[in-house]
Design a protein around this ligand. Structure first.
Ligand code: ADP
Ligand code: MG
Length: 728
């Protein structure tokens, strides 16, 4: 195939077209082309979808009506049956009926509607694996529109089944045949393996050629695992080497700001707080301050669930930057949250209480001028779409001149031609995709040289391995400890209607004791209009029924801001007993006096959302109560609710969530058609992610990847792939 005898690199393989294979006739090559397989490298990484163990396939006799089943069968007869004339304007429902029999001779009828091509695809004596629900129709066993895998007349134990569209003009055994030839022909030279041998040894991984051979043609399921481990490791390693490489490049570029952090000043701030920082807060602050003083731009994710005290950590970073003469901005995804943050920061700044300012929380955005131990004047402003034209003008002027050194707002802060005199830090709250464009926008705002540091805050704890992959090269700080003095929340799943009265009794009891409550209405994924109407109907029912006589407010997404604000203020001020809300965001209200959270239709929420909602109560000294109300929850919803009842640890719940969501992982939900992550799954392979990460770091520390690996990364990972994971 090639002249030299060095092992074939990925570039070599990519240069060998499928027509070069003896088994690569034109039809096969074209069919594979449609599946995105153009050359040998593609073919070798066109991995089986699953494996069949012939000796263990069920026979028809073992199946139960009503259940999904897989049967290996031989085609006996194929018949096209025209449907009856359904009358004018409607389509005839033609069908193909296929009679098959299993190895015991038991027969089964398969009916395919509107798939006329099946009569050409399926022919007598073909072996097929059928996957579908077994039904009984007029006394006979039948499957309707089963999934079909043509497996050819193969002997032996386990064999690969390749992913194919139903209409692909190639069968799974033809692919196996071509893969086998490709491997045979690569064997003399072997395939280049850029992963250092000691690394393979350390992780008990087999060689690359062996892995490719075993994944396509295993003898045992242990072979599959062995092969998979190696190939998954390669995928993750390529991704991590690319991400670590980008991170190191950024660090070397040195185009950030080395802030002069005045630790004494910050210590003074912490001393004046009415509480001591938790160990997690101190650790996190130290991590951030270390980043700030480096000459490269920080890009750090601060994870901590609701109530873990992210605000004071963020404010410390902001004060550090302001103390060093730069500006700091905090960006929230909604106006409501921006206002909350503004109040939170003002409150903490008030603790500084040195008298010459009013850090008060006027929602319109008043000027709070405080001096930080007399050293650094702090001027905090709130800028949102609701700021009046005058205030806006004034604040924009202050940002441009540097008079305003701390600002809270929505993302409009970086997207609407706002100019900063010298932006040193952007704190981004709950931003899931703080991408390349935002980063560029930030750079453009930072008039006085140097890219601002970025701190992303999220209340959604994500599993460590997911953070490593999904957040690519972000550094991660975790607030994994709640401040002391929290009474905590008792959570119950209420799935029987008879248990519901106890919920309302508790709510009324708490209100009678002077506490407040939230009721969250089901999340309805229809139009806003329908959702609002549904919530309003629920609201009316509740107000006349369970909540009769209480002071109840209703907050939904369609309420204009002008109507929302007074409602929230009323709840905050204790003028309302119960706040009925439709969405998660709107519950972003911080009211320590609230002790009851009733979530209706809890089965429609995910674990993370429920946990976040629950975090709204039990934040003070009084114990909180959370009721997850769900009628007829599905088994998976039951599992979710059960997890919340059993655990109050957000990080633990995030791991459980990943487990329960199964293969539908963050990585799998990507839109990219061709991606290098063909096998790796965040859930299944979570143990491999940190190993690949560590290996990538070791490789980078030892002078960077071997040229073959660099070449593979360039070849296999598109920039879009890396960008997806590299959120900076
Ligand atoms: P998060 O933003 O993570 O949800 P906050 O920063 O709003 O949490 O903090 C929640 C509450 O806990 C606030 O009232 C805050 O003042 C308080 N708090 C923060 N840190 C501590 C601490 N170390 N000890 C006691 N209370 C704290
Ligand atoms: Mg820096």
């Amino acid at each position: 195939m090639v002249e030299t005898s060095a092992p074939l690199t990925w570039r070599d393989l990519a240069g060998i077209g499928l027509e070069r294979l003896k088994r690569g006739n034109q039809r096969r090559v074209e069919a594979l082309g449609e599946l995105g397989v153009a050359q040998l490298g593609d073919l070798l990484t066109y991995y089986p979808r699953r494996y069949l163990d012939r000796s263990r396939e069920a026979t028809v006799g073992e199946l139960n009506v009503g259940e999904d089943a897989t049967v290996l069968a031989t085609v006996n007869r194929v018949r096209s049956v025209p449907g009856r004339d359904p009358g004018p304007g409607r389509r005839r429902r033609d069908r193909v009926e296929v009679r098959v029999s299993d190895r015991d001779g038991a027969s089964l009828k398969c009916v395919f509607f509107n798939q006329p091509w099946r009569s050409k695809q399926l022919r007598e004596d073909m072996q097929a694996v059928l996957y579908g629900r077994l039904e009984e129709f007029r006394g006979a066993l039948q499957m309707t529109n089963p999934v079909v895998d043509l497996v050819g007349d193969r002997t032996g134990g386990i064999f690969a089944v390749y992913p194919l569209s139903a209409k692909a003009a190639i069968t799974t055994w033809e692919i196996a045949d071509m893969v086998a030839e490709a491997l045979r022909r690569c064997e003399p030279r072997g395939i280049a393996d850029p992963v250092p041998v000691d690394l393979l040894g350390a992780h008990g991984l087999c060689g690359r050629f062996e892995a490719l051979r075993l994944i396509h043609d295993p003898e045992t399921f242990a072979d599959v695992t062995r092969a998979r481990n190696r190939l998954v490791f390669d995928e993750l390693l390529r991704m991590q080497v690319a991400l670590v490489g980008r991170k190191r490049d950024r660090e070397r570029a040195g185009d950030g700001i080395a802030h002069e952090v005045d630790r004494a000043l910050l210590a003074g701030f912490h001393r004046r707080l009415p509480f001591a920082l938790t160990a997690a807060q101190s650790r996190t602050v130290a991590e951030i301050l270390a980043d700030l003083s480096q000459p490269w731009p920080m890009h750090r994710l601060l994870q901590g669930e609701v109530g873990s005290g992210k605000t004071v950590v963020a404010l410390t970073a902001m004060l550090a930057v302001v103390g060093g003469g730069r500006q700091a901005a905090l960006m929230a995804p909604t106006e409501v949250l921006a206002e909350q943050h503004y109040l939170g920061l003002s409150g903490l700044l008030d603790c500084l209480g040195d008298g010459d300012g009013d850090g008060d929380g006027g929602l319109a955005g008043g000027t709070g001028r405080l001096s930080l131990g007399g050293l650094a004047p702090v001027s905090l402003e709130l800028l949102t779409g609701r700021s009046g034209a005058r205030a806006r003008q004034r604040i924009l002027g202050g940002l441009a001149s540097g008079d305003v050194n701390m600002v809270v707002g929505t993302h409009a802060l970086i997207s609407e031609g706002v100019a900063f005199e010298s932006l040193g830090l952007a704190v981004v709250d709950e931003q899931h995709r703080f991408g390349v464009e935002q980063r560029a926008a930030l750079g453009a705002r930072a008039a006085l040289g140097g890219l601002p540091d970025v701190l992303v805050m999220t209340a959604t704890p994500i599993p460590r391995t997911a953070a490593m992959t999904v957040y690519g090269d972000l550094d991660v700080s975790r607030l994994d400890e709640l401040p002391a003095g929290r009474a905590g929340v008792t959570t119950s799943a209420v799935t029987a209607p008879l248990e519901q009265p106890a919920v309302w009794e508790r709510l009324r009891g708490e209100v009678a004791a002077g506490r407040q409550a939230y009721v969250v209405c089901p999340l309805i994924e229809e139009s806003d209009k329908v959702a609002a109407a549904g919530a309003e109907a629920t609201f009316e029912e509740l107000r006349r029924g369970e909540l009769a006589g209480l002071r109840v407010g209703m907050l939904h997404g369609r309420l204009p801001a002008s109507a929302r604000e007074p409602l929230m203020a009323a709840f905050r001020d204790g003028e309302l007993d119960v706040l009925v809300a439709t969405t998660v965001i709107e519950v972003g209200v911080d009211v320590a006096n609230a002790t009851v959270m009733v979530i209706l239709g809890a089965d429609r929420f995910g674990i993370a959302q429920l946990h976040q909602l629950r975090g709204r109560v039990g934040r003070g000294a009084a114990p909180g109560w959370c009721y997850l109300v769900a009628e007829n929850p599905s088994p998976s919803a039951q599992a979710r609710l059960g997890a919340l009842v059993d655990s109050s640890d957000g990080f633990e719940l995030s791991e459980i969530d990943l487990e329960l969501r199964g293969e539908g992982t963050l990585m799998d939900s990507r839109q990219t058609g061709r991606s290098d992550l063909k096998l790796a799954s965040l859930r299944r392979d979570r143990d491999w992610v940190p190993r690949a990460r560590a290996a990538a770091e070791a490789i980078s520390d030892a002078g960077g990847p071997d040229p073959t690996l660099t070449e593979e990364i360039a070849l296999l990972l598109s920039d879009a792939d890396i960008d997806y994971f590299d959120k900076s």
